[in-house]
Design a protein around this ligand. Structure first.
Ligand SMILES: [Fe+2]
Length: 164
C-alpha cells in the first residue's frame, strides 16, 4: 500500500483547552435574573458560538427562531422547550435543526439546569404572534462579552483567545 504523507498545516488555527470550564469565576456573566453564561468559543468564521448556560428559578429564555442548528448537552438539572414534550437531564443530548422556534424553561420540579449549547448561527426573538422583536448573533455576543470582560478586568486578549 503506498504511503501518503499528511503534513501539519501551518494555516490551521490554534487549539483551545480549558481544564475545567465549570469553575464559577469572573469569566461567567449574568443573564438577567435567570442565571449565568460562560462563553467557550466565538466562531466568527461561521457565525456560531459555544457556551454553557447555568440557570435557576421560574424564568424562560424568550421564544426565538434559529437560523442554523443548535446542539445541547445537559450537564446538570432539568430543562426543556415549551414547544416539545421532552425534558433534558444530565447526560441528555438535543439537536434542534435550523428553523425551530422554541422557548427554554427550567423544569420547575428540579429548579435549575446547566447545559452546553453549540449554536451554529444567529437567532431571532419573536413574540407570541411570531413577530420579530430582537435578534442575536456572534458579533453581538462578542460585543456583550467584551463589555463584561472590560468590567471585570479580563482584558481584550482573553476575549480574543476565544475567537476562531
Ligand atoms: Fe434556542
Amino acid at each position: 500500500m503506498p504511503m501518503i504523507n499528511v503534513p501539519v498545516s501551518p494555516y490551521t488555527r490554534p487549539e483551545m483547552f480549558d481544564p475545567d470550564v465549570m469553575v464559577v469565576d469572573k469569566r461567567w456573566y449574568a443573564l438577567g435574573k435567570l442565571g449565568m453564561v460562560r462563553p467557550l468559543m466565538f466562531d466568527v468564521t461561521n457565525g456560531g458560538w459555544i457556551s454553557i448556560l447555568k440557570a435557576q428559578g421560574q424564568g424562560t429564555i424568550q421564544r426565538h427562531r434559529h437560523a442554523a442548528p443548535v446542539t445541547a448537552w445537559t450537564i446538570d438539572g432539568a430543562w426543556g422547550y415549551r414547544e416539545h414534550d421532552w425534558v433534558a437531564r444530565a447526560g441528555s443530548f438535543a439537536y434542534e435543526p435550523a428553523g425551530h422556534i422554541h422557548t427554554l424553561y427550567i423544569d420547575p420540579t428540579v429548579g435549575h439546569m446547566t447545559a452546553l449549547f453549540h449554536v451554529f448561527g444567529p437567532l431571532i426573538y419573536v413574540d407570541e404572534k411570531g413577530d420579530a422583536v430582537d435578534y442575536d448573533d456572534v458579533f453581538l455576543r462578542l460585543d456583550r462579552y467584551g463589555k463584561h470582560c472590560r468590567e471585570v478586568g479580563l482584558g481584550e486578549d482573553y476575549l480574543k483567545s476565544l475567537i476562531r
